[in-house]
Design a protein around this ligand. Sequence first.
Ligand code: ATP
Ligand code: MG
Length: 441
Amino acid sequence: MIRKLIDAALGKPHGVDPSRPRIIPAKRHGIHREDISAAALWVTEQLQQAGFSAFIVGGALRDLIVGIPPKDFDVATDATPEQVHALFRRSRIIGRRFQIVHVMKGDIIEVSTFRRAVPEQTGEIAADERGRIISDNAFGTQPQDAVRRDFTINALYYDPCTEMILDYVGGVEDIERRLLRVIGDPQVRFREDPVRMLRAVRLSAKLDFQIETITRSPIASMAHLLNHVPAARVFDEMLKLLLSGHAREGITRLRSEGLHHGILPMLDMVLEQPLGQKFVDLALINTDIRIREGKSVSPGFLFATLFWHDVLSAWNELQARGEQSMPALFQAMDEVMDNMAEKLAIPRRFGTGMKEIWGLQPRFENRSGNKPSRLLAHPRFRAGYDFLLLRCQSGEVDAELGRWWESFQSASEHDRKMMLLHAGPARRRKRRRSPSAGQGK
Ligand code: ATP
Ligand code: MG
């Protein structure tokens, strides 16, 4: 107990003894060779046969122990990137901040060399004025590699040959207790890399783990450090969260930790109104279901849903100031996109998709003449229509509009004309009843 208190005061994860990892046999951790991808096994074996040490590491082990199919398998070794590259004909060295080797063997297996955390003063690791590490390519030993990782549950090493796990930081125990705990002093580790706070939220939501108290407590006051992380990296991490199959839980936890302020500041405003809350909830639930069913999800669509109520309020404001509907919508879209750009670098290809989906929305209101048929032929019709359905389900738009478009799509040419005939305001409907009022031509 006293030892643990001293360790906690020194910022050490409890039980860390770099010279003596816990050796955990298969019957305790439950992972077997067959659970590991053939490609990762092959890479590990090749490295071991060449005289290097090599282990399966990281998220895959954690996921296997929890019972979730891993996304990918990573390998860690004492071979340098050059040595790994020399060993595998189909491989390449990638990355600057962090050199790793991609070995192509059907799948891509990421092979990283053991690294150590180097104190800033030595100059081996470049850190910015806030202590954020901007380059770390100092190689190290396996125990050093373990403690430079972010969370205890991510710092396990599995040797497929012996089927044993080496655990330097009590990670297996934390997985069993369903606890996400940072390795070392959370304040130091979050300052070195503020994205670790986002990872804490994403992984805790994905695994349904608690963030351990000491790890959690500095997050709210350190959230602002995310403002100094390149917006593209924040975007990548947010995308991982949204496409994890646990987006709803992830966004909820992001907000309860106060981490959204610098990334999605509009969330408070959007989620505090019942319509906005319902809309975002429905969108995230739909996304999670699609991902879990193995279906694709469009990031542009997803971000369009998150920011829609922000666009709506800017749009309404502009119209209240006398702007015309369509120009006001486009201006509102630009304002929202400009505001978000400094926080979250949404790649242009997604940004264009978002604007198209938003820009189509008023066109669904128009059910006369040949406009519906033209809209149906629009290349982004499907995305626009799915978005409209969410608006209907959330209560923002009359559900009848969604039903009309559903029937219109499946109707015959003749029935479509009939539908147009009966649509629109009464005054116009009267006019269309006249024999000369040709529709849909
Ligand atoms: P998943 O792949 O399920 O998203 P993961 O934990 O495998 O989760 P990766 O981004 O694939 O995440 O990282 C692989 C491993 O690298 C992690 O398990 C962790 O040990 C280490 N790692 C990743 N990001 C960081 C970081 N910012 N700081 C320290 N270690 C990290
Ligand atoms: Mg991974």
